[in-house]
Design a protein around this ligand. Structure first.
Ligand code: FES
Ligand code: FES
Length: 400
């Protein structure tokens, strides 16, 4: 067995695998990323195309061990990618899929073309997509979809990137490890517990959230006092149900996790965040990235806040814009309305705890976390949902 370390869809993973394991099998069988399809398993059909260090690659004929250290993006990792989003809409609009088996590979290859081609030249698109076979559509819709996305982006003055920004070309997986002979002869790396230890991401990238929701609450304390408390990361974390910190928090890097559970859905996101503050406008931003090892899901989140004085400065309205993107298994079950309900309740718990803390009391975090983890939250969600449905049918407001 060999140990392979990869960054897959922004998540660090380490697995012990047979040297003969293909990258496609590793994605599908050990990481549950089954959006990577297998057709021919001979490098002909393109159904298994994924990005290795940004380069579209046939994962069925690429050994996973050859990619140690590489940055992998599968179709699941393109959920919130801007070009992939435009392509998905265009594929739907232009009827560019029927059974959909070829579609994940098509989208990965098409995204690369959208990045690279200076203009929407049909011949160049057909040549560029010729490594992806489709047995259903006849290609007309696919070509039209790719063409329309390139045209729309160039019309918006988004220029092409020569070579899609690549600086290294070569066999997949070759660009990231300068492997010397002595390294090759060195004993294989020890395998850590189950080879699945959570590794906090090194970089906390900026991102465009796929979902943004706005919330606000008011506390009976002046804005300056609230802003000062927001500077105390440990205090803020203690007000958030289910949140824990590991290590000493610094604004440029806060490490920790948050545990959420709704009925059968349970997740424990470990990760890191950075904090930005704008003193002049009593505003700030927290950007984080976390992984849930159990569900193999990754989330990126951003909270923007702004403090607005109320009651002649005696109280503060805290305005929040909460954005997030979710990939992996939880993205399939964590519907946005469910996440929205959960966020509403988390914010309500946070507001109560913040108020208690500002008044000199202790946040009731353990109780709040238990409530969120328990049946009360599920009942709460159903009660609110039922009230909304009743309101829709009767035209009258129900008690919530
Ligand atoms: S399954 Fe990889 S190219 Fe066909
Ligand atoms: S849509 Fe069926 S193979 Fe392409």
């Amino acid at each position: 067995m060999n140990t392979v370390e990869l960054t897959v869809n922004k998540r660090n993973v380490q697995r012990a695998i047979e040297p003969r394991t293909s990258l496609a099998d590793m994605m599908r069988d050990t990481l549950d990323l089954t959006g990577t399809h297998l057709g021919c398993e001979h490098g002909v059909c393109g159904a298994c195309t994924i990005l290795v260090d940004g380069v579209p690659t046939r994962s069925c004929i690429t050994f996973a061990t050859a990619c140690d250290g590489a940055d992998i993006t599968t179709i699941e990792g393109l959920d919130s990618d801007e070009i992939a989003t435009e392509l998905r809409a265009a594929f739907t609009r232009e009827h560019a899929l029927q059974c959909g088996y070829c579609t994940p590979g098509m989208l990965v290859s098409a995204r690369d073309l959208v990045l690279r081609l200076p203009e929407a030249d049909e011949k160049a698109i057909r040549v560029g997509m010729s490594g992806n076979l489709c047995r259903c559509t006849g290609y007309v819709g696919i070509v039209r979809a790719v063409k329309s996305v390139i045209e729309a982006r160039r019309a918006r003055d988004i220029a092409s990137e020569p070579n899609a920004g690549r600086t290294v070309l070569g066999p997949a997986g070759s660009g990231h490890k300068a492997c010397t002979v002595s390294e090759k002869l060195a004993p294989t790396k020890p395998i850590t517990t189950e080879a699945t230890a959570a590794i906090a991401p090194l970089a906390i990238p900026d991102f465009t959230p796929s979902t943004v929701m706005e919330q606000s609450f008011t506390v009976a304390h002046p804005p300056a006092k609230v802003f000062a408390l927001f500077d105390d990361i440990a205090a803020v974390a203690s007000c958030l149900p289910g949140a824990t910190l590991t290590g000493t928090p610094r604004p440029e890097r806060v490490e920790g996790g948050i545990k959420v559970k709704i009925g059968p859905i349970s997740a424990n996101f470990d990760g890191a965040a950075r904090v930005e503050r704008d003193e002049a406008h009593l505003a700030g931003r927290i950007i984080g990235i976390g992984n849930d090892q159990r569900s193999r899901s990754t989330t990126q989140g951003e909270i923007r806040y702004r403090l607005v004085p109320e009651a002649d400065g005696a109280a503060t309205r805290v305005e929040l814009a909460i954005g997030y993107s979710l990939t992996g298994m939880l993205a399939q079950v964590g519907r946005s309305d469910l996440v929205r309900d959960l966020a509403t309740r988390l914010v309500a718990e946070f507001a109560g705890n913040l108020d208690r803390r500002l008044s000199g009391g202790t946040p009731s975090v353990p109780t709040a976390a238990a409530d969120l983890n328990g049946i009360s939250l599920v009942f709460g969600l159903f009660r609110d949902r039922a009230a909304r449905m009743l309101q829709r049918f009767t035209g009258h407001g129900g008690a919530t």
